[in-house]
Design a binder for this molecule. Structure first.
Ligand SMILES: *Cc1c(COP(=O)(O)O)cnc(C)c1O
Length: 392
């Protein structure tokens, strides 16, 4: 292993994709000239573009996805004290979004291969107190939305999706966004489509969309009256300007990431205990995240060690998602309430996953170097003192 960092500049996971800065500046200028700074024409245009991509009748843009999830849950009639089933293996925001409005997340184990909820596992944790199911399309890979909808119908509870990773991916050839009662996208700076901060609730249900729209703006409905309790979850024109600009490069980013996925898969082929997580067969994937799994019992080295070695070479990998939701507070102190069943697949995934840099600024030679670091780290583990030295 080289003494100095292999890379002069740090390589990041989730480095923001900006698009054409000139286009962004022009849009910001337009907002300044018109003095329409929030919830204006650019937000409307952004909503139309997102609805088109998601193939849904309605899109309500929000200040972020966390609040978007809260609006969607409340608009579906989910109340404080209600229990909602969600995967243990996701970003903690999914759980916190519910907890913050007094809803009780009940964690369900995920499928080991897809890292998503599957109906068989969800049904095991359904109780009379269950008031909803919140699926997450983890790493942009689709949940089995059809069978989950069938289950939700059978138990007469709303089905929602945290689609924070999912824009641009499909399920059965249809874009994610159009499943369940509503889905929620995130356009946070580190997501591959970004609006600085932002989110959107998409749905085909006109009444649900109207309720979310009102709740987003202090409960004020189309006719200007206050009809319900609401919050302030509006998207600004600046955010929409960035979102529209970012949309301009979305396809380019997806193409680059698809190639990167192939490079990593080739570069890590044959490294014992290391696999690149695959996408759903037969579906379009946005390739937003490049995630490997390191099985320490085969590789002879733990994921955390690889994470550390990469960091020293200026490759800033991320342990997405570690710990799992039930392993952090306040959930871990109250397993009776939040984790009624054991969650072996979620725990195994949390222990093995590592997200690596991808995106249009990462090229084939960077990936070859990153794969070399990983390969050498695993080889060194199999041979504790190669040539009488220890590695970095
Ligand atoms: C990023 C993310 C969120 C939160 O999105 P924000 O727009 O930052 O609020 C929620 N769920 C998942 C799975 C995420 O990755």
């Amino acid at each position: 292993m080289p003494e100095l960092p292999m890379f002069d500049e740090p390589l990041h996971v989730g480095r923001p994709n900006i698009g054409d800065p000139g286009e962004l500046r022009k849009r910001i200028d337009d907002a300044l000239t018109s003095r329409w700074l929030t919830a204006g024409p650019m937000v409307k245009e952004f909503e139309e573009r997102i609805a088109e991509l998601a193939g849904t009748a309605h899109c309500v843009a929000t200040c972020n996805a966390t609040v978007g999830i809260q609006l969607a849950a409340r608009a579906c009639g989910i109340e404080p004290g209600d229990e909602v089933i969600m995967p243990a293996f996701t970003w903690v925001a999914t759980a916190h979004a519910l907890s913050w409005i007094g809803v009780v997340p009940v964690f369900c184990d995920v499928d080991e291969e897809s890292a998503n909820l599957v109906p068989e596992a969800v049904e095991k944790v359904i109780t009379p107190a269950t008031r909803g199911i919140l699926g997450v399309h983890v790493f942009g890979r689709p949940c089995p939305a059809g069978p989950l909808a069938e289950l939700a119908d059978r138990y007469d509870v709303p089905l929602l999706f945290d689609a924070a990773h999912a824009i641009g991916s499909t399920y059965r050839g249809r874009p994610l966004g159009g499943f369940g009662a509503a889905e929620v996208f995130s356009f946070h700076a580190t997501k591959f489509l970004n609006s600085f901060e932002g989110g959107a609730v998409v749905t085909d249900d006109a009444d649900l969309a109207a309720t979310v729209r009102a709740m987003r703006n202090f409960g004020i409905t189309e006719d200007g009256t206050v009809a319900t309790v609401g919050t302030n979850a509006k998207m600004t024109e600046g955010a929409a300007a960035m979102g529209l600009t970012s949309l301009g490069v979305m396809e380019t980013v997806m193409d680059a990431n698809r190639v990167n996925h192939e490079c990593y898969t080739e570069g890590l082929a044959g490294v014992p205990g290391v696999v690149v997580r695959s996408q759903e067969p037969g579906e379009r994937a946005n390739h937003q995240y490049l995630v490997i799994e390191i099985d320490a019992s085969v590789a002879g080295v733990h994921r955390d060690r690889v994470h550390e070695v990469l960091g020293r070479q200026n490759v800033l990998s991320r342990r997405y998602f570690y710990p799992a939701c039930h392993q952090v507070e306040p959930y871990r102190s109250n397993p009776e309430r939040h984790a009624p069943q054991s969650l072996p697949n979620s725990e195994a995934l949390a222990d093995r996953v590592l997200a690596l840099p991808t995106g249009p600024t990462i090229g084939a030679s960077d990936i070859a170097d990153i794969c070399t670091i990983i390969r050498l780290t695993v080889e060194a583990a199999g041979d504790p003192a190669p040539h009488g030295t220890t590695t970095g």
